[in-house]
Design a protein around this ligand. Structure first.
Ligand SMILES: [Zn+2]
Length: 501
């Protein structure tokens, strides 16, 4: 049985025990609920019990289809209910499992199952580490957020009444426009007027492997590679009244879809039109599509992988790379035969930094000496630097398997580009060093999850294997490790530049 599986079972048992305890000893005056706690990273549900909490807003009862509840000692509330009650804009980002609440100047980013929020760009621990999470109740899943943290960050006050298990919210709200008296004739349309300067999509066509989406002026587009599909978002854009669509499919493209979205879709864009291009089996956006934005729209051309656009060479000065040597200071990491992981990680990192700097990249290190640095601090530093790529270097250990050797590269499960970078590094790294290729793997490591940029973590070899440990401490092998990783970073950036060319 894997450690993860064992842990999952243990956690399930603990959760059940906790649920029983709640039911038996701590039932609040409003009763308890049977809920399912969803793990965003493991895609599993764990049954639990939660106490029902009543809510009021400026004295009036506030309720939705899923009640507020106490879980892990903190009051959780449905994000839509409280977001809307406090007049915050709520945006859900499926790819990253994030909820973004915006009110005036304040922006809170909550990541599912993460104990850290980002408040106005600053990483902030959540009280008691209770994260935003998906809770299943009565057949529906709801994203629940910590009430007090979010409310107070958005300028509301929360008072807790233990006797009635009620959270009283007090907030200064903007007066909503008074409703029109009933006797007045109904206005024909309640829809907000589209500003005259909005971009309009006037049509689309498909011929000979080229999809053309036409606009009446230069569009502002965001392209997102979603793996088996590509999203093209046209910001501040509406479909014109006489817009007619078309179908598009060939060997590389299986379908195209589009939809008009409002202000809650893309931050800062009141009207967004999203086109989704579904890729045919085996096709990739990077390998088989060329997307070009012009003054009069967007064109997407499909092609075989062999005919990819001409080689693009990158300008290293345009890229900032963060190199993160694992551990440090009082946290040595693994320790075998008197050798400490922190020292190997730093030695290879310094060699890697020197190669990258010689190539002209801007390189930032989370540590360049033997000091201790927190995992969240490492991510914060990379985020603050606005880096393009984050590479963390570690050395592995398998206490009971001294025969284990080889190299892994990890990426976060929510990141497609992370997976691409991981593979881009893993291949040359194993080739150049001759290390055993144990493949790329996804993992919910803090430094992968909390970094905004493309991030990977390389486990360069097993310290528990004597032969590999000797390699890891060998100066010329360390140089090969650094070369392999540097090669992978350059390959990845070149491929991305090519895909966007
Ligand atoms: Zn480590």
């Amino acid at each position: 049985m894997s450690m993860r599986k064992k842990l999952t079972i243990l956690l399930t048992v603990l959760a059940l025990l906790y649920a029983l305890t709640l039911t038996a000893f701590a039932a609040g005056p409003n009763g308890t609920l049977s809920v399912q706690l969803y793990s965003w990273n493991q895609h599993t549900y764990t049954p639990a019990s939660a106490e029902v909490v009543k809510l009021t807003l400026n004295g009036d009862p506030l309720s939705g289809d899923v009640p507020a509840m106490i879980q892990g000692g903190r009051t959780l509330v449905p994000v839509r209910l409280v977001g809307e009650a406090l007049q915050a804009q709520v945006l859900w980002v499926q790819q990253t499992g994030q909820v973004i609440l915006t009110k005036g100047e304040d922006v809170i980013v909550l990541t599912l199952d993460s104990a850290t929020a980002i408040v106005n760009g600053v990483s902030t621990p959540l009280p008691d580490g209770v994260p935003a999470q998906v809770v299943g109740y009565d057949g529906a899943d709801r994203t629940m957020i910590p009430l007090r943290f979010v409310s107070e960050t958005l300028g509301a006050q929360v008072e807790w009444d233990q006797a009635t298990y009620t959270a009283h919210l007090t907030a200064e709200l903007t007066e909503t426009a008074p409703e029109a008296p009933e006797e007045e004739p109904e206005t024909p349309s309640q829809e907000p007027e589209v500003p005259a300067d909005a971009v309009r999509i006037t049509g689309m066509s498909w011929s000979d492997g080229t999809l053309t989406i036409a606009t009446d002026q230069a569009p502002n587009c965001k392209v997102t590679d979603l793996g088996d599909r590509v999203a093209i978002d046209f910001l501040d854009t509406v479909l014109s009244e006489d817009f007619t669509g078309c179908t598009a499919s060939d060997t590389y493209l299986s379908d195209v879809r589009w939809a008009q979205h409002g202000a809650d879709f893309y931050p800062g864009s009141d009207y967004t039109v999203r086109f989704v291009l579904d890729l045919a089996a085996g096709a990739t956006a990077a390998g088989n599509l060329t997307i070009t934005t012009t003054l009069t729209g967007v064109s997407v051309t499909t092609h075989g992988a062999s005919e990819t656009a001409p080689t693009v060479s990158i300008n290293p000065q345009d890229y900032a790379i963060v190199i993160d040597p694992g551990h440090g200071g009082d946290r040595p990491g693994a320790c075998y035969e008197g050798i400490m992981e922190k020292d190997i990680d730093l030695a290879v990192s310094l060699k890697l930094v020197s190669i990258l700097q010689n190539q002209g990249f801007q390189v930032i290190m989370t540590r360049s000496t033997d000091v201790e640095i927190g995992l969240y601090e490492r991510a914060d530093l990379a985020n603050a630097a606005g880096a393009d790529v984050f590479v963390s270097l570690h050395s592995n250990a398998a206490e009971n398997r001294p025969d284990y050797q080889g190299i892994y590269t990890y990426y976060h499960p929510s990141s497609n580009r992370g997976a691409r970078l991981a593979q881009a590094i893993q291949t040359p790294l194993c080739q150049i060093t001759g290390g055993l290729d144990r493949g790329i793997k996804d993992a919910d490591f803090v430094v992968l999850r909390e970094t905004d940029m493309c991030a990977v973590l390389v486990e360069m070899g097993f310290m528990t294997n004597h032969e590999e440990l000797m390699n890891l401490t060998d100066d010329s092998y360390q140089q090969l490790l650094a070369q392999g990783i540097a090669q992978g970073i350059v390959d990845y950036l070149t491929a991305e530049a090519q895909a966007n060319a």
